[in-house]
Each structure stands twice: as structure tokens, then as C-alpha cells.
Design a protein around this ligand. Structure first.
Ligand code: FE2
Length: 254
């Protein structure tokens, strides 16, 4: 690990430590009844990032058909109850015989992937990443997504020039993921935003960045409804971003 990466990881861990504090102040972000209603059923920042072994599948914060027509009910059901459950099962199986890792949070496992024992590294990369990516995915979508808050809106303008320009760059990134993977809006520990791609079930945390929201462009996420039309799925998904939750995650990062 070079010194630059070491610094990045320390920054990521600093962010994770701050995250536990954010759970104390997060309710103040949702003081309006409208926001509180949208928040019902969603996992908190800490529940998303700081769960520990044995990992469990949380219920979706909405009905399977809540995001139609953008994402159909059958895709949601299969994606959540089979694909996501599969990542959790495989992650728990891999960690069962490694009690020294049971106190590490999900985010710590993924952020420190390259320091883990070789015998579990691949399983944590694929299935720990798969678990974390999907928890973020479910909790950052809503049929009533709202808009970025002040700090996040300013960061989007600073990094991309405008919301539309951010969406254009995000669409390019998501469209050009080769094979299976994700595209993310991510921040560094100073709050500066960037859009990144990750292959397979990799997560930006492993590269020292904080994931704010990401789109799953594995075919299991859209093929029943969209077949080969990934661009249509990306366009529909951009309107599902649950900005209140993205704001909460971003506030923890800065
Ligand atoms: Fe997926």
C-alpha cells in the first residue's frame, strides 16, 4: 500500500467514525412532517454502514411495486430477497470461522479490504461489497425523492457546474460500466464530489472515497423490464434518488 492510499484509508476511517456520531444528530435533519413521512422505514446512516456480523437482510423501506414504473415489482422482489440475501449468506459463511473480524462494521470491512486475511479477502470484496452496495441502493431510492440539501447542492454546483451536468456525467459513467458493476456519486473527506465506476461489487470505500448514492447496473437490476436498454433504466433511476438520505450520508462525510 503506498502512502497516498494509506492516507486515503485513514480519511475513510475518520469518516466512518464520524458516522456513528451522525446518528445522534440525524433526526434534526428531518424536522418537517413531509420529510419525516418519507423517512419512515428507511435505515439510518449507522444502520446502513455500521452493522456487524452476523449480517441480516433488512426489509425494504417500501413495497415491491413502490418504484414502478421505473423499477418493476418482480425485479425488486428477486433482487432484494434472492440476490441481496445471497450476498449476505455468503458473507456470513466466509466470516463464521473468523471471530476476530466480527467486531468490524460492514463499512470497515470494505474500507480495509486489502488488509484483511487473504482467506476472506475475495469473499468480503464480492459479498461484503454486494451487501453494502445493495443496502445503500435500497435506502437511497424513493418515489418521492426530494432535492439535494444546501451543502450537497453547493457541492454539486462546485464539482459539476449544475445538477443537469452532474446527471449527464453520471449517465455517461453508468452507461459505460463494462459488464457488471456500479456508478457512484462519491465524496472525499473534504466533501468534494466525483463520479466513479466500480466493477462487480466493489465499493468506493475501498479506494478511500465515501459512497453517497450509486446505481446497480448488473443486468439482474433491470433486465426483466428493460432488457438491453440500460440507458432507459439509468434515466428512470435518476428520478428515484432519495436526496434526503443522500444528504444524511453526505453530512456524515463532511
Ligand atoms: Fe444488484
Amino acid at each position: 500500500m503506498n502512502s497516498e492510499n494509506a492516507i486515503s484509508r485513514r480519511k475513510a476511517l475518520k469518516f466512518l467514525a464520524l458516522g456513528s456520531v451522525s446518528t445522534v444528530v440525524a433526526p434534526s435533519l428531518f424536522t418537517t412532517s413531509c420529510a419525516a413521512n418519507r423517512q419512515a422505514g428507511y435505515q439510518s446512516y449507522s444502520e446502513i454502514f455500521n452493522s456487524v456480523y452476523p449480517f441480516e437482510l433488512a426489509p425494504l423501506p417500501y413495497a415491491h411495486d413502490a418504484l414502478e414504473p421505473a423499477i418493476d415489482a418482480l425485479t425488486m422482489e428477486i433482487h432484494h430477497s434472492r440476490h441481496h440475501q445471497g450476498y449476505i449468506n455468503n458473507l456470513n459463511n466466509a466470516l463464521e470461522s473468523r471471530p476476530e473480524l466480527h467486531s468490524m462494521t460492514l463499512a470497515e470491512l470494505v474500507a480495509n479490504l486489502n488488509e484483511l486475511p487473504a482467506s476472506v479477502m475475495t469473499a468480503v470484496r464480492n459479498h461484503g461489497g454486494g451487501h453494502l452496495n445493495h443496502v445503500i441502493f435500497w435506502n437511497t431510492m424513493s418515489a418521492d425523492g426530494g432535492a439535494p440539501g444546501g451543502d450537497l447542492a453547493a457541492a454539486i454546483d462546485s464539482a459539476f457546474g449544475s445538477m443537469d451536468a452532474m446527471k449527464e456525467e453520471f449517465t455517461r459513467a453508468a452507461s459505460t460500466v463494462f459488464g457488471s458493476g456500479w456508478a457512484w456519486l462519491a465524496s472525499d473527506s473534504d466533501g468534494a464530489l466525483q463520479i466513479v465506476q466500480t466493477p462487480n461489487q466493489d465499493n468506493p470505500l475501498t479506494d478511500g472515497l465515501n459512497p453517497l448514492v450509486g446505481i446497480d447496473v448488473w443486468e439482474h437490476g433491470y433486465y426483466l423490464n428493460y432488457q438491453n436498454r440500460r440507458g432507459d433504466y439509468i434515466s428512470a433511476w435518476l428520478d428515484l434518488i432519495y436526496w434526503d438520505k443522500v444528504n444524511e450520508i453526505y453530512q456524515a462525510a463532511i
